[in-house]
Structures are given as structure tokens and as C-alpha cells.
Design a protein around this ligand. Structure first.
Ligand code: GDP
Ligand code: ZN
Length: 352
């Protein structure tokens, strides 16, 4: 039997909010919502308790080493098995919710569904490992890393850094090589082929001619995607090509440092008319400053994984140790030397 209540309960996604009022995207439009009192109280209780520490990435790596299939399974599990995720202790942009629509067109958030992922920022000023994590964005699942084929010429060490971060954060990656209409160096094609061999999806797009835009639009459907990349590569132009006027209206994209934006700005999601959501640049800073523990870094370079555990020393950093399986693979040419150099730079915490 269908009751009126069932009819009024809608699935929604939190697009943004402040001071207890949230914009929730639903099939019948965006509703202004408040949180149901019961949820507010539950959040207050949960926040008062010490948050449970998340499983350490290095522990997962240790298991991945003893069981080659494990890494794959973990990635899937983190994406799909929501029972593994801690229940939210506060509502965040990107949360999937159940809302009840009221006769006046506003809504009440009745339920928050478990998160598939969380992008968090450590509270500023805190250096403790167990620092309070502030969730910036829930359910972000994809990052589009944008570079230009030319003007500006692509820096692939930048790409390697973001790829490693996305691996550490279990985020799906799209590599977007924009300005495909411009003449470019032959080396750029070689590099694209390398990343494709590593298993990454590389798109050649042109915001100018429209090349690749339909394909990009297709890959954004049903995902919450963050665009990042150096300034001048055409991120705003791409967003405008996807959704005319959107970049201008929203200030959606900024350069990869996320600087120039107030750090306390809450993030916001923007629905695309073809489906999917774009996350604004508040998340970029969290990615830019993402801290990968040195012992986890090698695992974030996908082609290193088959060799992990094969070095002479179990705590090998793959920098200058004897009997290093990674360095041997570089010498043999099975691991690209340039990728290895990116690893070393990141390990030594050097800027590009
Ligand atoms: P953002 O800083 O990454 O957001 O880059 P913009 O979107 O502001 O673009 C920077 C410059 O590149 C502008 O002058 C754009 O007109 C130009 N541009 C963007 N996309 C393309 C493209 O696909 N081809 C060409 N030739 N120029 C582009
Ligand atoms: Zn090694």
C-alpha cells in the first residue's frame, strides 16, 4: 500500500549548505532543507565521542603484499561496501540523503545514507596524526586531472603527483589532455601512451573545437568529479563546454593549489544536466596538501606494485638500497625511468 508519506520521501544529494539550511538536489528540483531534530541530536552525540581511527593505509599495503589480489579487492570494497564506512557524524556536501518534501516546497532531511568515500581536511594548526578530520566532501569518486597538450606544455611530474594522491585516496582518475587542437611535441603522445599502458583513461579534448567533450560528459555521469590542473590549461573552458556558463556562474575551478580561495569556504556540488556532479575547488586544496606516508608511496605508483615485497630489505625505500627490485625494474626498462624519478622526488618531498 502506498501512503502519502511514501510519496513525499525523496532521494537527494546535498549540494551545499550553511547554518543548518541545506540545498538538496532531488528529481523534482533543488529543495531547501533542514535536518530533522532527531538527526541533529544523534550528530551531537557522535561528535562528542572520540572518532574511530580509520584503518591505516600501510596496514592495507601490508596485506596487499602478502595477497596480490587484496589491493584490488580493497579498492572495490572501499567504493561499494558502504558498511565499511563510519557513519557520518555531521552532514556534508555530497551526502546522499532521504528527504521528506513539505507542502510549502521545502524539505526535511530524514536520513543520511552511509558514505562511499570522504575527502577530509585536517584541522589547520594541528600536526597530530589523529587530528580532527573535517569532511569537505562526501562521496567524491572521481578526479579529472587536466593538462594541456601545449600552451602551457604539460608537466608530467605534476600528473604523477596527482595520480599518486588519487591512488592513495582511492579516487578514480580521468586524465584530460586539453587543447588537442594545438600542434604539440611528439613527446606528449609518447607520454600519453605510457599512462594508457599503466591503465589510466586518457582523453584528448578541445574546449575550442568540441573534440572529446561528449566522451567527457559521458564519463562524468553518475560520478561526483573534481577538476584540477595547472592554471591556463582550459579547466574553465572545459566546464563551460560541458555546461554553458557554468564556470563563470560558479567560479567552479581554480588552479591546482586551491590558493586564492578562502580556506574556510565550504565546498559545493553543481549538477550537470546530462547527469553527475562537479565539485568546486574547495576540495582541491585537500588534494593538493594530501599527505601520503613515505612507506605508502610506492604502492601509489601502480606499476611498482608487482615488485613490492621483492626487494632485499623489507623496509626498502627504493631510493639507493642494494637489491632493490624497483630499481632493477627501472634498469631493465619495465618501469619508466621518468615515473621512477617522480617517485623519488615525492619520496624526498621535493617540489617539482
Ligand atoms: P583554466 O585556468 O585552466 O581555467 O584555463 P581557461 O579555461 O581560463 O583557459 C586558458 C586559455 O586557454 C584561454 O585563453 C582559453 O581560451 C584557452 N583554451 C582553453 N581551452 C582551449 C582549447 O581546447 N584549445 C585552445 N586552443 N585554447 C583553449
Ligand atoms: Zn626497493
Amino acid at each position: 500500500m502506498t501512503t502519502t508519506n511514501d510519496l513525499e520521501m525523496l532521494d537527494g544529494v546535498v549540494l551545499g549548505g550553511a547554518h543548518g539550511i541545506y540545498d538538496v538536489y532531488t528529481d523534482v528540483g533543488t529543495l531547501r532543507c533542514i535536518l530533522r531534530g532527531k538527526l541533529r541530536k544523534a550528530f551531537a552525540r557522535a561528535q562528542a565521542q572520540q572518532a574511530k581511527p580509520q584503518p591505516k593505509f600501510s596496514e592495507r599495503r601490508a596485506r596487499a603484499l602478502s595477497d596480490p589480489d587484496f589491493a584490488r579487492r580493497t579498492e572495490r570494497m572501499e567504493k561499494h561496501d558502504s558498511s565499511q564506512m563510519a557513519l557520518p557524524t555531521r552532514l556534508s556536501v555530497g551526502d546522499h540523503v532521504k528527504v521528506r518534501r513539505l507542502p510549502d516546497g521545502s524539505g526535511v532531511i530524514e536520513e543520511i545514507l552511509p558514505r562511499q568515500s570522504e575527502l577530509a581536511r585536517k584541522d589547520a594548526g594541528s600536526t597530530e596524526r589523529k587530528a580532527m578530520q573535517q569532511t569537505l566532501l562526501a562521496n567524491l569518486d572521481q578526479v579529472a586531472i587536466v593538462l594541456a597538450m601545449a600552451q602551457p606544455e604539460p608537466h608530467f611530474s605534476f600528473l604523477d603527483r596527482y595520480l599518486a594522491i588519487c591512488e592513495a585516496a582511492s579516487l578514480h582518475v580521468l586524465i584530460c589532455m586539453n587543447k588537442a587542437d594545438l600542434p604539440h611535441a611528439a613527446e606528449v603522445d609518447e607520454m600519453i601512451a605510457l599512462y594508457e599502458r599503466l591503465g589510466y583513461r586518457v582523453l584528448r579534448t578541445s574546449a575550442q573545437t568540441g573534440q572529446g567533450i561528449e566522451e567527457l560528459r559521458e564519463l562524468l555521469k553518475e560520478h561526483t568529479t573534481l577538476f584540477t590542473g595547472p592554471s591556463g590549461v582550459g579547466k574553465s573552458s572545459l566546464v563551460n563546454a560541458l555546461e554553458p556558463g557554468m564556470a563563470l556562474r560558479t567560479g567552479l575551478v581554480s588552479d591546482a593549489t586551491g590558493k586564492g580561495r578562502h580556506t574556510t569556504t565550504g565546498s559545493r556540488l553543481y549538477p550537470l544536466s546530462a547527469g553527475g556532479w562537479l565539485a568546486d575547488s574547495a576540495g582541491i586544496r585537500a588534494l593538493a596538501t594530501w599527505n601520503i606516508e613515505p612507506e605508502d608511496l610506492a604502492h601509489c605508483f601502480v606499476e611498482f606494485r608487482p615488485y613490492l615485497g621483492q626487494c632485499e630489505f623489507s623496509d626498502c625505500a627504493h631510493i639507493d638500497e642494494e637489491g632493490c627490485a624497483i630499481r632493477q625494474a627501472v634498469q631493465d626498462g619495465t618501469i619508466d625511468e621518468r615515473r621512477y624519478r617522480s617517485y623519488v622526488r615525492m619520496y624526498l618531498n621535493e617540489e617539482r
